[in-house]
Design a protein around this ligand. Structure first.
Ligand SMILES: C[S@@+](CC[C@H](N)C(=O)[O-])C[C@H]1O[C@@H](n2cnc3c(N)ncnc32)[C@H](O)[C@@H]1O
Length: 261
């Protein structure tokens, strides 16, 4: 590799910002953020993390459900253009960049353009959610598989084959599944998962503002109907969930009497 040429072309680092708490950034992420000339960030990355980059120009790429976002092709082109200008660019993504972060498309564009790039992993929200409720994601004799899955396929609909995730002894970590919790639950039940399978949803995992909701798979659809959840939500389903500390969790179904009081 021609390092002098790479330096002249700049460098793009895809950095995982973790679930949104500054103290869950890795040291490597912090160093990259502090050294950046430009920081292209997603909406889910909070202001206190962006403040760690005082010298960087900040560019918001959006990517929050229901809000205006830069199209992915434009983000790819932007990263290439910034890299070509010889800048140190940080592409800051929620959680881990390689987990449902469209990093693959950005990496492909950088590779095709010959821009040097690397990846700094981050704490993905499934791990933060599990830690919040002290849920062992794998547990001897109870859960021997851990599956990261999304509720939204490439066309926005439920991904095909989601029923196949209904496997004995698996913990499912479901991203982007809150608004389609009814469809996800129906498919998992159709796939053979018992209605009583424990489930947990964590809003704003890893942050002080987190909220926990627990119940059975059969009750999960109630989450889709709630209008009091504005933050990102991660859902865990599987027998290992019952081994977490769920005493503080609210039920999936909002207590309408309490809400009206
Ligand atoms: C586009 S995906 C990005 C996932 C991210 N790359 C990761 O590793 O966590 C967005 C989804 O991640 C989940 N998510 C991200 N941050 C979260 C958080 N702090 N708490 C709960 N869920 C979160 C939600 O399911 C949200 O809909």
């Amino acid at each position: 590799m021609d390092h002098a040429r790479d330096r002249a072309k700049g460098h793009v680092t895809l950095v995982g910002a973790g679930p949104g708490a500054a103290d869950l950034l890795t040291l490597r992420a912090l160093r990259a953020i502090e050294a950046a000339d430009v920081l292209v960030h997603d909406d889910l990355v909070p202001a206190d993390i962006l403040m760690l980059a005082p010298r960087a120009r900040l560019i918001a790429a959006g990517k929050r459900k229901g809000r205006h976002s830069m199209p992915q092709t434009r983000i790819n082109a932007l990263l290439v253009a910034l890299g070509r200008r010889g800048l140190r660019v940080v592409r800051l993504k929620a959680g881990d960049p390689l987990v449902f972060g469209r990093a693959g498309e950005e990496i492909a564009a950088l590779r095709a353009a010959g821009i040097a790039h690397d990846i700094v992993p981050g704490v993905t929200s499934a791990l933060a959610a599990a830690a919040d409720a002290r849920v062992p994601l794998t547990l001897r004799g109870v859960a021997s598989h851990l599956v990261f899955a999304t509720g939204h396929g490439a066309d926005g609909a439920l991904p095909p084959g989601i029923e196949a995730l209904a496997r004995e002894g698996a913990t499912l970590a479901l991203y982007m599944a809150r608004s389609v919790a009814d469809g996800v639950a129906a498919r998992l039940l159709a796939g053979g998962l018992p209605a009583s399978t424990p489930a947990l949803a964590v809003e704003q995992a890893g942050r002080d503002t987190r909220r926990l909701f627990a119940g059975a798979l059969a009750d999960l659809p109630a989450l889709a109907a709630r209008d009091d959840l504005a933050g990102p939500v991660l859902i865990l389903v599987g027998p290992a969930v019952a081994h977490g500390d769920l005493a503080q969790a609210e039920p999936f179904l909002a207590d309408l009497l309490a809400a009206a009081a």
